[in-house]
Design a protein around this ligand. Structure first.
Ligand code: CA
Length: 231
C-alpha cells in the first residue's frame, strides 16, 4: 500500500517508516501540518497515519490538536482516504474526538508495530469489502497477516516487493493496475525507482505462480482473475 505518515518526532517517524517499508509498503513521510495539507491535496494514498500533536511548519511549536484539523479538512473535501490517528495522549475525549473527526481507527503511543500492522490489514479488508482475511484466487492464497503465499497448498517464497505486487493485484481480482500504480505502491519518496522493476517482479511472480496467473493488457496494466471489461 502507499502510506502517508504524518509525524513530527524524528525517532518515531524513522522507526515507523523503516518497519512499514519492511512490510512492503511505500511510505511517504511529512512532519508538519502545512506539508501534510499540501501532500493530501495533491496526491492519493491508500492510508494515512496521522499524529495529532504537530507544528504548523517545521521549527514552530506543536499544536496538540493540529492533526485533528488536518483530518477535518480532509473529510470536508469528501476525501475518504482511511486514516489511523496515532497519538501519545490517551484521554477518552481524544479518542472520541479523533473518531468523530473522521478517523477510521486510533492507536495510543507507544504501540506495538504488530498491532499497527494488524489494524492496517483490517482497514485494507474493509476498503476492499472483504470479511475474510486470506486472499485466494485460482489455487493461490495470500495471507496478509502471516505474509504466507501458497500455490496448490505448497508454500511459495516471495521477496517483500514481489509480495506487495501480488497483494495489490489479488486484493481486487479483475481490476487493472497500471505500471505507475504498482510503482506507487512499491516506492516512497526518495527511493529510486528502477525503470523495469515492475516487469521484473511480474516475471518472478509468473515464474513462481504459473505463467497465466497474472495477465496483462498490453500498454494498460496487469490484473488477476476475470479480464476487465473495456470502459
Ligand atoms: Ca507529535
Amino acid at each position: 500500500m502507499r502510506l502517508l505518515l504524518v509525524e513530527d518526532d524524528r525517532m518515531i517517524g524513522e522507526s515507523l517508516r523503516g518497519a512499514l517499508r519492511l512490510e512492503g509498503h511505500a511510505v511517504d513521510w511529512v512532519r508538519d501540518t502545512s506539508a501534510a495539507q499540501a501532500t493530501l491535496a495533491s496526491e492519493r494514498f491508500d492510508l494515512v497515519l496521522l499524529d495529532l500533536g504537530l507544528p504548523a511548519t517545521s521549527g514552530q511549536p506543536t499544536d496538540p490538536a493540529a492533526g485533528l484539523a488536518v483530518l477535518r479538512a480532509l473529510r470536508a473535501r469528501h476525501d475518504a482516504t482511511p486514516v489511523i490517528v496515532l497519538t501519545a495522549r490517551d484521554g477518552p475525549g481524544d479518542k472520541v474526538g479523533g473518531l468523530d473527526a473522521g478517523a477510521d481507527d486510533y492507536l495510543v503511543k507507544p504501540f506495538e508495530l504488530d498491532e499497527l500492522a494488524a489494524r492496517i490489514r483490517a482497514i485494507q479488508r474493509r476498503v476492499a469489502g472483504r470479511a475474510e482475511p486470506v486472499l485466494s484466487h485460482a489455487g493461490v492464497t495470500l495471507d496478509p497477516a502471516t505474509r504466507q503465499v501458497t500455490r496448490d497448498g505448497v508454500p511459495v517464497l516471495l521477496s517483500a516487493r514481489e509480495f506487495a505486487v501480488l497483494e495489490a493485484l489479488m486484493q481486487r481480482p479483475g481490476a487493472l493496475l497500471s505500471r505507475a500504480q504498482l510503482e506507487d505502491r512499491l516506492y516512497g519518496w526518495g527511493e529510486e525507482i528502477e525503470s523495469n522493476a515492475v516487469s521484473v517482479y511480474i516475471h518472478q511472480l509468473r515464474r513462481k505462480l504459473g505463467a497465466d496467473f497474472i495477465q496483462n493488457l498490453r500498454g494498460v496494466g496487469y490484473f488477476v482473475g476475470e479480464r476487465p471489461r473495456a470502459s
